[in-house]
Design a protein around this ligand. Structure first.
Ligand code: RET
Length: 251
């Protein structure tokens, strides 16, 4: 795949931006632990872990992109020094279940409700990512569509749990909580929706350099929103809830 120098620089810079966003967000959520009540700290630990894991993968993606490139020519075949798309999927396989645990943790629901939600959300999210991968790496359109559809089944199941099942258990929660969760779910839908759209773009788009650039830039921006901005929103919610529950303002 031949990129012109603007395209190559754009991808290079976006990866660099993704990397430092993840690292900075990890530090920020780690040092903010003391600003929330102990029962919300686990949610922050999850967020730090998500961005830490993603930081590592962006380092590898960045490195892989450099090694696969020569004068703007990016190797995308199956050879050893080709650009490795698997890092993203390994990253998602680890971070998407953690993100869902993060949402449940910040809600501080009863132990049974949390456990029941987590035992359904975690396997569904792992299945969603694992099923998407064979489609992502294939260049056969039928295979891409097949795995795209298969991966959408657990995706819809996750949405069902977050919107229908979680809604039921929220009725028994204080009023402010339900409203906050509504906002969190909107951010989740808005950011998670980008991934299947980028995937479809990959199927219908041609195998041109500009498709490659769009997909890489799209996934990276979605990652920064779904992990960093999402983590900061979790921190904000944990702070609001801590304060409502009697924690003193920072001095
Ligand atoms: C795939 C394959 C096509 C069908 C669907 C997909 C969904 C992917 C999602 C990924 C979310 C990733 C996140 C990462 C950041 O931490 C696998 C592209 C539905 C929803 C949130």
């Amino acid at each position: 795949m031949q990129l012109d120098s603007n395209q190559w620089n754009l991808v290079y810079n976006v990866f660099s931006f993704g990397l430092i966003s993840m690292l900075a967000c990890t530090v920020y959520t780690l040092v903010s632990q003391q600003r929330v009540l102990p029962k919300y700290r686990n949610a922050l630990v999850m967020s730090s872990m998500v961005t830490f894991i993603a930081g590592y993968h962006y380092l590898r993606i960045f490195d892989s992109f450099k090694h696969a490139s020569e004068n703007g020519m990016v190797k995308l075949d199956q050879s050893q020094d080709a650009f490795n798309e698997a890092y993203r999927y390994v990253d998602w396989l680890l971070t998407v279940p953690l993100l869902l645990v993060e949402v449940i943790a910040v809600l501080a629901l009863t132990r049974e409700v949390s456990r029941s939600l987590i035992t359904r959300l975690v396997p569904a999210s792992a299945a969603m990512i694992a099923l998407g991968y064979p489609g992502e790496i294939s260049d056969v359109q039928n295979t891409q569509v097949l795995y795209g559809v298969l991966s959408t089944i657990p995706f819809l199941y996750i949405l069902y749990i977050l919107f229908v099942e979680l809604g039921k258990s929220l009725e028994r929660q204080p009023a402010g909580v339900a409203e906050t969760v509504g906002r969190l779910r909107l951010l989740l839908i808005a950011t998670w929706g980008v991934y299947p759209i980028a995937y479809i773009f990959n199927i219908v788009g041609d195998a041109s350099a500009s498709s490659f650039v769009t997909v890489q830039v799209g996934y990276t921006i979605a990652d920064v929103l779904a992990k960093c901005v999402f983590g900061l929103t979790i921190l904000k919610i944990a702070r609001m809830k801590s304060m409502a529950e009697g924690m003193k303002e920072d001095h």
